[in-house]
Design a protein around this ligand. Structure first.
Ligand code: GLA
Length: 731
């Protein structure tokens, strides 16, 4: 049972400066990090420190007020204000801005009180109440710290008690300050089929903004996460680095601003673009959660901390198992019937996977879903393809010995659909301009509660008719185009935010009614991958690009923020120049699935795949719940290697891939990580093609963890597009 001890640090004593000055600094800590906030003599709240956890409690008092060099001067109010409003003496980007009813655009927030709530031995919530002395505005800052995982999550809540609505036009989730010699940003950018490309740059004076205006399919070009290297480019095993991510499935924005004193400010939150939000009296505007971890030994550790935190606290069924599957998308596209699907179900069983997943194309009758130009929105089974309906398919799957999952895209509509004929006002589109269609479809207006009911109803109807459905793949293929909500009428400025809130309302209802159904988040590949959506989804589809070489980079990128159990990876026919072994060995490092016509394979290949599935099932606890180490980066070598190590350090799996080694290239051994130095481990190559034997020099031998980590294994070869999976077992 959750033990809650609530104690009030300071009671509501207003914003009198004398009292504020007595308020001791507020310490928000994990086992390794301290964020110290302090109330200055002017009654306002400032960031005193963000860095490695201080060893002595008595040192915290030193941060009663901290003015960084170059800003303070004689006027102490120019400091690192925790949640600065617009229009005061700080001349950089504010975290918060509001236009009051009299037209005044300034806000100055002063400290009122704070509370510390110990949720359990590991998790603590700090709540800080702020208010404006002149206008009835209340802002509450929330920080939840996860001790062991070294993660802090923060958001703010904005409220006013005026008589008339006010307009808020900046509403950051969080703002952080850094005082270092140099700052380096690693960002992730991409597009369809080329997700999460990593690039680093030094931040100089002025602003660098990473944001999206896509509304839905919001992370198509950039992702809601970043890495910040303090004093050096983010590196895997050394250096101080902050990893930050925003839980928002819509327009997000990160602003990095180096100021006149060479300090860095990082503002994270919803992108305020076209979103001046009208806040009614006493309505609470809750910002999304900003989640961060600070590591003093590189990104590898920071990622492992976020993985642990996600599995423990955020990801849907984070501690649970994951289903292996066979998907029919690439094997059939829209061209299938009952018989074909039943054949695939049997193939799924023979492969040894847990489930058959039916993709796009199973629905709509008046405008049958034969391609992506029609039928979206009409979620009745297509009677000519599937005359006996979904219940029959669920039954056939059970008879074949596998579970049954299904694809939906319920937030979208094709213009050629009965749904849009019946409810033309449900789509987001402009009444007075030519309509632009992205993938021949429109986004339904989820700001409208009636549309939310409809979308929930799509899932509910399928589940009521087929209670044994074991899985949903939930797609979202279009950004918001033709930005106009017929429902919001003269409040168009709320569309981007209310739409996303509507989406969450549906996710919440689905989770509440069907808490145990695993779900894959998909968005034309990987354009939805944030930690708010992942409260409702067990995994996400990383990319439609399943070329294994591309996937090595894509999976490397996502692994910085997401545990592999949330990263769906399928073996397909993309890049047939690579062997089935290479394709499978690449998918095996994440949540394994297949999306391939097994008939394309010869006997040896099929038997290899069956063996690989069996190996995967055997090693799932290590792969899905172990610690993940990125050993050799594909960005820096012609090879790449990663490994999983079980929490007990008894078992590990090493994956070594040769991409395009140069002729006669010098091959360096792969140094392992995370093992017990004093224990011995047996090294054994697995996932071998039938009829081949391992050519790994160290195969079948025993080495100490110390040796494996200091000397390493000669796991790379000079072969082109070659892979090895090596099982490492403590003796
Ligand atoms: C998106 C998904 C694919 C597939 C198709 C179906 O592109 O990313 O995996 O489901 O839609 O139309």
């Amino acid at each position: 049972m959750r033990k809650r001890i609530l104690f009030v640090l300071t009671m509501v004593l207003g914003w009198m400066n004398t009292i504020a000055a007595e308020q001791p600094p507020i310490r928000i800590s994990t086992n390794e990090t301290d964020l110290i906030l302090s109330v200055a003599p002017n009654g306002r709240l400032y960031q005193g420190y963000l860095g490695k956890r201080l060893s002595n409690e008595s040192d915290v008092a030193n941060f009663s007020y901290y003015a960084p060099a170059g800003l303070g001067g004689s006027n102490t109010s120019r400091g690192w204000e925790t949640y600065p409003g617009s229009g005061a003496e700080d001349y950089f980007e504010p975290a918060f801005a509001i236009t009051h009813n009299d037209g005044n655009m300034t806000t100055v927030l002063t400290y009122v009180s704070s509370e510390i709530e110990k949720i359990d031995n590991n998790v603590t919530q700090t709540i800080i109440y702020l208010k404006d002395k002149v206008y009835p505005i209340d802002v509450t800052l929330h920080y939840i710290s996860y001790g062991k995982e070294n993660v802090i999550k923060s958001w703010s809540e904005i409220k006013h008690s005026g008589k008339k609505p006010v307009t808020i036009w900046r509403y950051a989730s969080n703002m952080l300050y850094f005082e270092n010699a140099r700052y380096f940003l690693t960002e992730f950018s991409g597009d369809w089929a080329k997700e999460v490309n990593m690039s680093s740059q030094e931040l100089q004076f002025g602003k660098k903004i990473i944001d999206t205006k896509l509304g839905a399919r919001a992370a198509m070009h950039t992702y809601p996460f970043f890495e910040l290297g303090l004093d050096g480019i983010p590196r895997e095993n050394e250096g101080e680095v902050l990893l930050g991510t925003l839980g928002w499935t819509g327009n997000f924005q990160f602003t990095f601003e180096v100021d006149n004193a060479g300090n860095l400010r990082v503002i994270s939150g919803i992108n305020p673009y076209a979103s001046m939000y009208e806040l009614k009296p006493n309505e609470i505007f809750k910002t999304p959660e900003f989640i961060f971890t600070l590591s003093s030994c590189g990104t590898g550790k920071a990622s492992r901390d976020i993985h642990d935190w996600a599995r423990q606290y955020q990801l849907k069924d984070g501690k649970g198992d994951r289903l292996t599957l066979l998907n029919n998308w690439e094997a059939t596209y829209f061209n299938f019937d009952e018989k074909k699907l039943e054949g695939l179900m049997k193939e799924a069983e023979s492969l040894g996977v847990d489930m058959f997943l039916l993709d796009d194309g199973w629905f709509a009758n008046k405008y049958p879903r034969e391609n992506d130009r029609a039928g979206l929105g009409d979620w009745e089974v297509n009677r000519s393809k599937l005359p006996n309906g979904i219940p029959h398919l669920v039954k056939s799957a059970a008879e074949a010995g596998v579970k049954f999952g299904i694809w939906i895209e319920p937030e979208m509509v094709n213009p050629k659909s009965e749904l849009l004929e019946k409810h033309p006002e449900w789509a987001i589109r402009l009444p007075n301009r030519e309509t632009y269609y992205f993938r021949n479809q429109l986004v339904l207006d989820l700001s409208n509660p009636v549309v939310q009911d409809y979308v929930f109803g799509v899932v509910d109807k399928i589940m009521i008719e087929n209670p044994n459905i074991a899985y949903f793949k939930w797609d979202c293929n279009s950004p918001i185009t033709n930005v106009y909500s017929p429902y919001l009428k003269d409040k168009q400025n709320q569309l981007y935010i209310d739409h996303v809130r509507g989406v969450y309302n549906v996710f919440e209802r689905v989770k509440e009614k069907y808490p145990n159904v695993p779900m894959m988040l998909c968005s034309g590949g990987g354009a939805r991958c944030d930690y708010e959506a992942l409260k409702y989804f067990t995994e996400f589809w990383c990319s439609d690009n399943t070329d294994p070489i591309e996937r090595l980079y894509i999976q490397w990128g996502y692994s910085h923020f997401f545990p592999v159990k949330s990263m769906a990876a399928h073996v397909t026919s993309w890049n047939k120049d690579t062997s089935i072994k290479f394709r499978t060995d690449v998918a095996m490092m994440c949540k394994l699935g297949f999306d391939i016509n097994l008939k394309e394979m010869d006997e040896k290949e099929l038997s290899y795949c069956q063996n690989a599935v069996a190996n995967y099932n055997r090693m799932k606890p290590v792969i899905l719940d172990g610690d993940f180490y990125r050993l050799v980066s594909p960005y820096e070598a012609n090879h790449t290697a990663v490994m999983h190590v079980s929490k007990t350090k008894e078992k590990a799996v090493l994956y070594a891939y040769d991409i395009h080694p140069r002729y006669g290239e010098k091959l360096l051994p792969v140094k392992l990580q995370g093992l017990e130095p004093s224990k011995n481990y047996k090294v054994e190559e697995i996932n071998l093609m039938p009829g081949t034997t391992s050519r790994l020099g160290e195969n079948d031998k025993i080495y100490s963890g110390d040796y494996l980590m200091k000397v390493g294994l000669k796991a790379f070869t000079n072969g082109q597009i070659n892979s090895r999976i090596i099982e490492i077992t403590q003796q």
